[in-house]
Write a protein that binds this ligand. Structure first.
Ligand SMILES: Cc1cc2nc3c(=O)[nH]c(=O)nc-3n(C[C@H](O)[C@H](O)[C@H](O)COP(=O)(O)OP(=O)(O)OC[C@H]3O[C@@H](n4cnc5c(N)ncnc54)[C@H](O)[C@@H]3O)c2cc1C
Length: 495
């Protein structure tokens, strides 16, 4: 606690913390309800947009509210216990309302057939929307939302991370930000909305909250470092859904690049993945490569989180090396931010950088990467037999996607689990209020988006962005509807 606090530097009705889809939606809605709104963003302007901007820009739109509720409950399965029926009702109704709201902002909905769990109750309602036909992503929905913010009298501050929420008795009354190295206190007369994303780029939180994945890197923004979780905890929030993530996807992380890069494998066949004991542990395809089912796998009849035996190496031969670039030469983050890594077509540049190790024999390669040579050789011999015989008796990889590693030299590239987003954070209720550990809402504090998402277990594609709009509107509406705080007292308590 600090008693000697600076006076307020400025004052707004509603302050929204984090400028992705959720923050933009809350800001637009609060503004349209008559509030004077400030949107504060940690990243520089060039890196704005969070995961929202670099996402595939897909929106899950349920075309029937009753079926949507059934599908939600089926997906949550045994992890439904902390989600009230009221919450599910509100989620379903607002998700349904998204389409009209987005059309009102200028979106041209184009439906994709992408039902992630067709066998689940209610799945007939699933429609996944993007803004017009064409490739996924490309900021095509982001630009519409960004334009809607720009068209309004909403102040936006970049490079202004929120560092603490300021609490007056039971109410949140302002936020301390860091601007050009200085602490700047901003008062919110009505409310604050937390929309500052998840903890994808906070290794300590990942270690504490995500089971089975000690090392995992973001495919999206590097700026989501769990700040909303820390700030929420400081003012007494309870957390939910911390162990639910969308991933892992096996990717490559170069030390000098902030985010993990996708792999590009379809061109070649003579490769396999091995764990640190030299054993093969997966089909080298669905689900850990493609991200289908967002990292959940069914084992022994039960769905669960995919875990991976890191460190993992991809082993391949000269034929595969020559067959095309192994890195996708892009990540969505790099493309959006003009920071594209140009992966060489023959992978030579990456060998020279040391990202890929080369050796004349498998035994020497094993020594280079510190795994038992006999085990690696045995795994490759077995894989080669499967590839030649046309049946992968261990992992059922398709015969037309396998070929023996018969052309030296041999190569190893370390892979890393990566993920698109976390779901956990401060728990919110049907009014988008952040809930305290005592079970009561924290006064004048709201949230939306992937920071404390409603998704506790299985996940339908497009669900996060849909929730950003749904709860962004609820949060913006309710924040603007608060009666202005009666006093202009200086902040007196922040931790
Ligand atoms: C590659 C990729 C593809 C995806 N595709 C889809 C998809 O098609 N459909 C879907 O539904 N979901 C998708 N997702 C997930 C989805 O994009 C996110 O869950 C969603 O966009 C989160 O929106 P948000 O507004 O909550 O957070 P973000 O968009 O991540 O925005 C949070 C913002 O808060 C800022 N911030 C962080 N800390 C602070 C602080 N202390 N102070 C101020 N600002 C701060 C960050 O810089 C960031 O700009 C994808 C994710 C990725 C990475």
């Amino acid at each position: 606690m600090t008693e000697d606090l600076p006076a307020w530097n400025s004052e707004y009705d509603v302050i929204v913390i984090g400028y992705g889809f959720a923050g933009a939606t809350a800001a637009i809605t609060a503004h349209d309800a008559g509030a004077k709104v400030l949107l504060i963003e940690k990243a520089p302007e060039a890196d704005k947009g969070g995961n929202s901007r670099v996402s595939a820009n897909l929106v899950f739109w349920p075309n029937d509210v009753a079926l949507a509720k059934a599908y939600f409950v089926a997906l949550a399965g045994p992890y439904m216990d902390d989600i009230s029926n009221t919450m599910v009702d509100v989620w379903a109704n607002e998700m349904y309302a998204n389409r009209t709201w987005l059309e009102g902002l200028g979106m041209t909905p184009f439906e994709l057939p992408y039902v992630e769990f067709p066998e689940m109750a209610g799945s007939e309602c699933v429609r996944v929307l993007m803004n017009g036909p064409g490739p996924m992503g490309g900021e095509r929905l982001w630009r519409i939302i960004e334009a809607a913010v720009s068209a309004r009298d909403i102040d936006v501050l970049y490079e202004a991370p929120a560092i603490n929420l300021i609490k007056d008795c039971s109410n949140i009354v302002g936020v301390m930000t860091k601007q050009r190295g200085k602490n700047v206190a901003i008062k919110a007369t009505r409310a604050i909305v937390l929309t500052c994303g998840g903890f994808e780029n906070n290794p300590a939180m990942v270690r504490n909250y995500v089971d089975g994945l000690p090392r995992i890197f973001p495919n999206g923004t590097p700026y989501n470092t769990g700040d909303g979780i820390r700030m929420g905890l400081e003012v007494g929030a309870q957390l939910w859904h911390m162990n639910n993530i969308s991933g892992p996807l096996l990717s490559f992380k170069a030390p000098e690049i902030a985010v993990a890069q996708w792999l590009n494998l379809p061109h070649g066949k003579s490769y396999l993945f091995v764990a640190s004991d030299g054993s093969r542990f997966t089909m080298e395809g669905d689900p850990c490569l493609t991200g289908d089912l967002h990292g959940k796998v069914k084992r022994h009849g039960q769905w669960g989180q995919q875990a991976l035996p890191v460190p993992i190496h991809m082993i391949f031969d000269e034929t595969f090396r020559k067959s095309g670039h192994i890195g996708k030469a892009t990540t969505d983050w790099d493309v959006s931010h003009g920071n594209l890594y140009d992966w060489s077509d023959d992978n030579i540049r990456e060998i020279e950088k040391g990202w890929i190790k080369r050796a004349d024999t498998l035994s020497e390669l094993a020594d280079l990467i510190g795994i038992p040579a006999e085990a690696l050789e045995a795994s490759v011999v077995r894989f080669d037999e499967f590839a030649s015989g046309g049946v992968d008796a261990d992992w059922n990889r398709a015969a037309d996607k396998m070929a023996p590693l018969d052309t030296p030299p041999f190569y190893a590239m370390e892979l890393t689990p990566a993920f698109v987003n976390t779901q956990g954070g401060p728990c919110r209720n049907e009014n988008a209020q952040v809930m305290g550990a005592d079970g009561n809402p924290i006064g004048r504090l709201y949230s939306a988006g992937e920071l404390g998402s409603i998704y506790s277990f299985l996940y339908q594609a497009g669900g996060n962005i849909g929730e950003c709009f749904a709860f962004g509107r609820i949060a913006g509406r309710n924040a603007a509807a608060q009666t202005p705080a009666p006093s202009m007292a200086k902040p007196f308590a922040f931790t």
